[in-house]
Design a protein around this ligand. Structure first.
Ligand code: SF4
Length: 318
């Protein structure tokens, strides 16, 4: 039997106790794949305002940041949101699990797609929050630069700093199909640069993307192993309603992965993955009306239980 290096085990080993991620989502952030710098509409699976039937003129006029924004009129508001969102979740985690240590997780959109001055203010204030021992920053490999990496690297001397990159697929043709807006070379280049700054990297992988077979999905595990990425999150591709992928699905141009196929490829992926790479997630679920398909993605609890059983058959304990 081998215990898989989960986030729980990794952080307990490193800090003597579990460390909890507290997601925050701040006004003003967007993504270069949505605002038109790279593309409009975003990744085909991304639920964003481009696909929202409720989009109003008022929403259209909102201020959004980008790295060349000269001023940030939302900074005060962002700082208030940061504190309020963090404290709300922290209190819940303290009550439920006795949690004491937290990573502030900048989760929604592209969290380095803003001027460095804004990033410095937000990140440094996040690290002053009670119980925060570090940051986890979700972003894209085409939205990072040496200055931001240098700043994060300086923070990493005293704090636990993670950069989360969406990898999704290691096939350019798939990245093009899902309107990702960058290619595999860009990912390789910036992952290597991030490693040179001694930052911890988590890569997001999606299994079940359009036109990908099992071998193609497993090649992303080779990519992670070869680049010595520190951690992964694995997700099944599910379809939510207000997305470009929903149209593909309705037109029978996209067939979602089945639970059996997903379970088979996840077990193979975990067996292939370097055992020193931490696994933060092996599936994802969405239990609300926005889910269009497949229905098995509704219950994450069932999925985890089933995956655990399949992994046990291979002497792997999740
Ligand atoms: S990178 Fe993330 S936020 Fe941007 S379009 Fe893709 S899924 Fe949406």
């Amino acid at each position: 039997m081998r215990e898989i290096l989960t986030a729980g085990r990794y952080f307990k080993d490193k800090f003597g106790e579990k460390v909890y991620k507290v997601p925050v989502s701040l006004s003003g952030f967007t993504c270069p794949n949505i605002d038109g710098k790279v593309a409009k509409g975003g990744c085909s699976f991304c639920e964003n305002e481009s696909f929202s039937p409720n989009l109003t003129t008022k929403t259209k006029r909102k201020f959004y940041l980008n790295p060349s924004s000269i001023t940030n009129p939302l900074l005060e508001q962002q700082l208030l949101e940061l504190k309020a969102q963090y404290n709300k979740t922290k209190v819940k985690l303290e009550k439920k699990f006795g949690a004491k240590k937290f990573l502030v997780y900048f989760q929604s959109f592209t969290n380095t797609y803003a001027p460095l001055s804004t990033l410095k203010t937000l990140y440094s204030n996040a690290l002053k929050l009670d119980g925060a021992i570090g940051l986890s920053i979700g972003t894209r490999t085409d939205s990072i630069n040496e200055e931001v990496l240098g700043y994060l690297s300086s923070l990493s001397k005293d704090y636990e700093i993670w950069v989360e990159y969406g990898i999704q697929s290691v096939y350019d043709k798939t990245l093009e199909t899902i309107n990702r807006g960058h290619d595999v070379d860009n990912m390789r280049e910036w992952i290597e640069k991030t490693k040179k700054h001694n930052l911890q990297i988590c890569g997001h992988l999606i299994f079940g993307l359009p036109n990908e077979d099992e071998n193609m999905m497993l090649e992303s595990v080779d990519f992670v192993n070869n680049l010595k990425i520190n951690s992964v999150k694995i997700h099944p591709m599910y379809v939510t309603k207000n997305t470009a992928l929903a149209q593909e699905y309705k037109n029978n141009k996209f067939i979602p992965i089945t639970e059996k196929e997903y379970s088979k490829v996840v077990v193979k992926a975990i067996k292939m993955l370097n055992p020193n790479i931490m696994i933060q997630r092996i599936t994802a679920g969405i239990n609300d009306n926005s889910l269009l398909a497949p229905s098995w993605c509704r219950c994450k609890h069932n999925q985890i239980n089933n995956l655990k059983k399949e992994l046990l058959k291979e002497d792997l304990v999740y």
